[in-house]
Design a protein around this ligand. Structure first.
Ligand SMILES: [Zn+2]
Length: 483
């Protein structure tokens, strides 16, 4: 089996990702997935790293509604801008995204796209007979109603809902600029034909962080200097390869224009590294001018090299200038200024599901003897498993007691079925960091065997010290070698 297929198989079989959802009803809806118990644990751990990480850089968390009236989306530009170009087969009538039929298009013009489809004589991939003639625009927002008849939409991103808080936030931060906030929550996009599994879904979780700042803060940004020596793997537009550039040199060498913006790239990159991604599979790639929104000053994506989809975006870092606040000020007739200046927004946008899934794939190790998940300490869905060597002579009672103690503080499982070797393999397969075995000697010596997933090394530790040792191992305070 190829690595990518192994990940899919593992994700389904061991309860990471199920779907499409709701699976029992005719195989579910495309673009919707369920996260099973292990997947949800993994997702929570990824989310915790981001939440803790953003908080650690002084971003404060907010939470907004997921439904907003039409006017908000007119102001934000999503009403006109969040669209796909769709065309229908002349024979079988199936709908297709134009950019899926012709993936080399950079300039999207409705009339021109129709001409191109006819000129190139594109054949329908569904029936292999029909062709295409007319191109339609389809908005990707999901529509709903508030009360009896007020038109509203499910948010296609968390960011817009955060921008609307600017006047309140400005007061909360006691009118001091710059300030940072973030929001974690669901967003929805009615993708015409979702592909790429959990990488492109119709409902997803985003964590987006914003830094609100004034022009005087662009290149006088204290935190930029604090991390000047950190290196970033940057792939500038027009360059063929990744260059490792010090944050401090990113402005001097003209990779980026604003210190504060370069700092936002560093924050996002650091959080991805904290999750344990293999650093030679990460790059920060600048958008080409065609990808860049008309109002944006600059945009870079952090991408991970995946087996199934090649380089995939986990996170975008955008310099949105003063576009959003200006638009919402105009449409809402609310002042969004600081001393006559509309603040700029620098943004980091993470997709949570795709990050968790990429991490799952990135962690799979295909050894000769075993398939196992090599998660960074503290990221594994299950921290620890407890086994009695045999279900007799009180070994099972002692193991159960140990389990119920550990289960209070850690994600912990108890397993007494099958040989020890099989139990280890079951745990290796989902990357469980440590396994503890209660054997004959445990009853006399009050100690147990602890085994580390990555090295498969084992050692004995006192039962009275198990909780503390596991805690220190998982937090990275000590390593297995120290035992
Ligand atoms: Zn067709």
């Amino acid at each position: 089996m190829k690595v990518e297929d192994k990940v899919l198989d593992l994700a389904k079989r061991r309860g990471f990702v199920w779907g499409p959802s709701p699976n029992i009803y005719e195989g579910g809806l495309k673009g919707f997935y369920d996260w099973g118990p292990l997947g949800k644990l993994l997702k929570n751990k990824v989310e915790n790293i981001l939440r803790k990480g953003f908080s650690g850089f002084s971003f404060w968390e907010v939470e907004c509604p997921t439904i907003m009236p039409k006017k908000v989306w007119e102001a934000s530009g999503h009403m006109d801008g969040l669209i796909d170009y769709v065309t229908y087969c002349t024979k079988c009538k199936s709908a297709h995204r134009v950019d899926h039929l012709m993936d080399d298009i950079e300039d999207f013009n409705q009339k021109k796209l129709g001409e191109l489809l006819r000129e190139r004589k594109i054949i329908c991939p569904s029936c292999k007979k029909g062709g295409f003639e007319v191109v339609e625009k389809r908005n990707l927002m999901m529509k709903t109603k508030i009360g009896l008849d007020q038109e509203a939409f499910l948010r296609p991103e968390t960011a817009t809902t955060t921008y609307l808080l600017f006047p309140e936030l400005y007061r909360f931060f006691r009118t001091k600029m710059p300030f940072g906030v973030f929001q974690s929550g669901k967003a929805y996009r009615n993708e015409i034909s979702p592909r790429q599994g959990v990488f492109r879904t119709r409902e997803f979780t985003q964590i987006e962080a914003q830094l609100f700042l004034l022009k005087e803060n662009f290149n006088d940004y204290e935190k930029f200097n604090d991390y000047a020596d950190e290196e970033l793997p940057l792939m500038k537009y027009g360059f063929k390869k990744i260059e490792h550039i010090r944050l401090g040199d990113s402005i001097k060498k003209k990779f980026m224009k604003k210190e504060a913006y370069a700092f936002m790239n560093f924050v996002a990159y650091k959080l991805i590294k904290d999750m344990g991604f293999d650093s030679n599979k990460i790059r920060i790639r600048q958008h080409n001018p065609a990808e860049l929104a008309f109002y944006a000053d600059d945009a870079w994506d952090i991408e991970i090299n995946t087996e199934r989809h090649g380089w995939m975006e986990l996170c975008g870092i955008h310099d949105r200038k003063d576009y959003d606040l200006k638009r919402h000020a105009e449409f809402s007739k609310t002042k969004m200024e600081v001393q006559g200046e509309t603040p700029t927004i620098l943004e980091i946008a993470f997709g949570l599901e795709r990050t968790a899934y990429a991490l799952l794939e990135n962690s799979l190790v295909d050894d000769k003897d075993r398939d196992w998940l090599n998660f960074k300490q503290g990221i594994a869905p299950i921290d620890i498993a407890v086994f009695p060597l045999m279900k007799k002579e009180g070994m099972d009672d002692l193991a159960k007691e140990l389990f119920s103690n550990l289960d209070k503080d850690f994600a912990c499982v108890y397993d007494d079925s099958g040989s020890i070797g099989r139990r280890y393999r079951r745990m290796d397969e989902v990357g469980t960091s440590f396994c503890i075995t209660v054997d004959h000697d445990s009853l006399k010596e009050n100690d147990v065997t602890i085994r580390e997933v990555s090295s498969m090394k084992q050692t004995r530790i006192k039962i009275s010290e198990v909780t503390k040792i596991v805690k220190d191992l998982i937090s990275g305070k000590i390593s297995f070698e120290d035992l």
